[in-house]
Ligand binder design. Structure first.
Ligand code: PAF
Length: 275
């Protein structure tokens, strides 16, 4: 595995890869969720590129940019063991310019749910993902379904800008208790971890209601909210949308996503279920 920190060095290494390239963009603090993306890329492509870059433009004022977990040495070992070919860890200065051209998330889909709670977040996500796709030029890029809205917007960007990369959505990875893996889970105390389980439990409750024939999204959301409000410190939203992120009145099996976002302590968590 080679580790490179700037565009020019990356290009030199990229030219040596003769075959299909799978790309896993990350912000580091790698966990089994990231590993599952790397493994999938390994299975489906000749070469695997991973990027680790804590992207400042997707953090809002007052968010956790400065304390976002950074585990560069451990991450390098994980990538090495997982068979990564190039690990790209650029510096902020090698990626961003002053007064540069900006990319904006779509006015509707980019500013609902996560986009409403974190206005401007998706502008930063799309800006960095566009840059990384242009630098890495992968055949396939792997993204987790946990960031469902991010995934939908990246798929849209690739379509709208005719980018020649296939976006591969990957399943959410959970720990044995059901908690969706996230780099931010390290912020949770034991008590908060227990309370954070209410997110996956609320999704299980929704899934059970749907299995018993309840398709009315108002009733499902009410039941989820009741469960969540017993455990979380602040509920940001519970939503049931179709795969285009339009609100649904009735669950459509095969075309629905149930999403939840909440604070447990000071940690903001998201989770979802694709139906
Ligand atoms: O999902 C993430 O880790 C980040 O949003 C991404 C896609 C690596 C862009 O910084």
């Amino acid at each position: 595995m080679v580790v490179v920190n700037d565009y020019e060095s990356f290009q030199k290494e990229r030219k040596k890869l003769q075959g299909s390239v799978g790309f896993v963009p990350t912000m580091g603090a790698l966990h089994s969720g990231h590993l599952s993306l790397i493994q999938r890329a390994r299975e489906e492509c000749d070469f695997v590129v991973v990027s680790i870059f804590v992207n400042p433009t997707q953090f809002l004022e007052g968010e956790d940019l400065d304390k976002y977990p950074r585990k560069d040495e451990a991450d390098k070992k994980i990538c090495q063991r997982a068979g990564v070919d190039i690990l790209f860890m650029p510096t902020v200065y090698s990626i961003y310019n002053r007064d540069e051209l900006l990319l904006e998330a779509p006015r509707v889909r980019g500013f609902i749910l996560e986009g409403a709670k974190r206005p401007g977040h998706f502008d930063g996500v799309l800006q960095i993902v566009m840059k990384l796709l242009n630098i890495v030029k992968p055949n396939r890029a792997y993204f987790g379904k946990k960031d469902a809205q991010q995934l939908a917007l990246i798929e849209q960007m690739v379509r709208d800008y005719f980018i020649d990369t296939t976006i591969v959505p990957c399943e959410i990875v959970r720990d044995e208790s059901g908690l969706a893996l996230s780099s931010r889970n390290v912020y949770l105390s034991e008590d908060e971890k227990q309370r954070a389980l209410s997110l996956s439990r609320s999704l299980k409750l929704a899934s059970d209601m749907i299995s018993s024939g309840e398709l009315d999204t108002v009733k499902i959301k009410e039941a989820m909210q009741e469960l969540l409000l017993k455990s979380v410190d602040k509920l940001d939203y519970v939503a049931i949308v179709d795969r285009e992120f339009n609100n649904l009145e009735t669950v459509e099996i095969g075309n629905s996503i149930i999403l939840v976002a909440a604070f447990v302590g000071t940690t903001r968590l998201i989770d979802n279920l694709w139906l």
